[in-house]
Design a protein around this ligand. Structure first.
Ligand code: SF4
Ligand code: SF4
Ligand code: SF4
Length: 154
């Protein structure tokens, strides 16, 4: 599921009261998608009047909130720990064969690692999707290399 700012905006109070420190509810929605603000940062949403909207927002955002800073979601129940994504990841490949295999002790130098039979995020700062505009850095190598669709980017 890809969340867009409009999906968030629809559930905000839409009063543009600026109590969150942002110029508008749409600005809040954009920052929410960027994971720079959360539900608790909108004082209006946390009043009884908007309880229903708050609960709905929590519900649709729950998977999103579980995602990493790079918006990576691992569906562990689908992952068989094959390591294809780890091996294919370009920053991993550039480190060493051992590291790119995801089985070595160098979690600090790889983006993903296989641990206890499932893939886990390791050093996300090395990922091509870390920070910056994701639209201009659309690396999908790990997702494309997964045979079971166990990983996705929101
Ligand atoms: S505090 Fe909430 S209602 Fe007010 S502008 Fe920010 S997001 Fe909109
Ligand atoms: S998006 Fe690219 S750089 Fe980031 S983990 Fe996946 S393959 Fe590696
Ligand atoms: S996420 Fe996919 S490619 Fe990566 S280890 Fe799990 S099953 Fe293999």
């Amino acid at each position: 599921m890809k969340l867009k700012p409009m999906d968030i905006y629809k559930l905000l109070p839409k009063t543009n009261c600026k109590k969150c420190g942002l110029p508008s509810c749409m600005a809040f929605a954009v920052r929410f998608i960027e994971r720079k603000v959360g539900i608790e940062d909108c004082p209006e949403l946390n009043t009884a009047k908007y309880l229903k909207q708050k609960l709905k927002l929590k519900e649709i955002a729950s998977q999103y909130l579980k995602a990493t800073e790079t918006k990576l979601v691992v569906h562990e129940e689908k992952c068989m720990g094959c390591g294809s994504c780890v091996i294919a990841c370009p920053p991993n490949v550039s480190v060493s064969l051992e590291a790119s295999g995801g089985k070595g002790p160098r979690e600090d130098v790889t983006v993903l690692v296989v641990k206890d039979g499932v893939v886990k995020p390791a050093n996300l700062k090395l990922c091509r999707r870390f920070e910056g505009d994701i639209e201009t850095r659309p690396c999908t190598v790990c997702v494309d290399s997964c045979p079971t669709k166990a990983i996705e980017f929101l």
